[in-house]
Write a protein that binds this ligand. Sequence first.
Ligand code: NCD
Ligand code: ZN
Length: 346
Amino acid sequence: MKTVQLTQPDDAHLHLRDGVYLKTTVPATAKQFARAIVMPNLKPPVTTLDALIAYKARILSAIPAEFSFEPLMTLYLTDSTTPQQIAEVAASKEVTAIKLYPAGVTTHSEAGVKELTQLYPVFAAMEAYDLPLLIHGETSDPTVDIFDRERYFLDQMESIVQKFTQLRVVFEHITTQEAVQFVLSASDHLAATITPHHLLLNRNHLLSGGIRPHYYCLPVLKRRQHQEALLAAATSGNKKFFLGTDSAPHTVSTKEAACGCAGIYSAHAAIELYAEAFDRAGALDKLEGFASHYAADFYRIARNTQQITLIQKPWKVAKALPFGDEIVVPLWAGDSLNWQLLENRE
Ligand code: NCD
Ligand code: ZN
């Protein structure tokens, strides 16, 4: 049987949700990842240090004893965040990065930023205190076609990276060839996360032969040519591209609805899903850098020392998983994956 050994990976973009849902999401991630960058788009969003510390404590109490896992917390940027607050946050050492949602672009982004340029003093403070900025890079202009919202955001992204040359920026969950090119042409202070679903799927999976709400996420899946550009970037061995699942569970009833929520749950099998994508591209040898090294290097934290093992043994993903009082339909539900994580508990 073929096996692959990897340094234990980190998830650089994860939605754990809160309350009862932590019982599902935290163990799922902790069984494979050593650390994860936790998104702050709760309701209400995590906009203060106190809220962040309390949320982190709830996450820590949901980690099963057999795993060691470190949540790396992010703070939600709003129009009223101040440079003073950035100074406090930086001094606390509790905050790994600051997350920017343009207002209205995605789930729980209503409290996000309306005018980016208004926040330039805040970005300057982040640059001075060396706090990375994580950007959901889509324009919030509702008149722009949904498939073009990432491409239209590139001008704003360009303004930010040009003006704040020492600010580390992550262009989150990129979905287009243009974003790949943009990241490649920028300095090493700009990196990007890539999700498993954008590597494995394109918009035909979402819309052809019937509408599939469990493939609906934001940024929305794009055409195949973009999927191929993302695969090429992820498997290139370039350290600017690293793993960020954007695992974002919603209950089945809020997905299978007249107005279904955006978000795909992938934490149940994240590393196996990436292994599938990399294997299909004939690039399993590039998985370790992408999954386990480059995010740590970008965030200037030590690479993990533990190992995980994947074995080549087909298995079927469950059709549904318990999620609070309801269920969640995971990515690849009912389908087969070729690689399986050998669970090495502590
Ligand atoms: C995310 C969520 O549900 O929190 N949804 C998604 O489709 N990715 C928010 C986000 O990251 O855009
Ligand atoms: Zn996300």
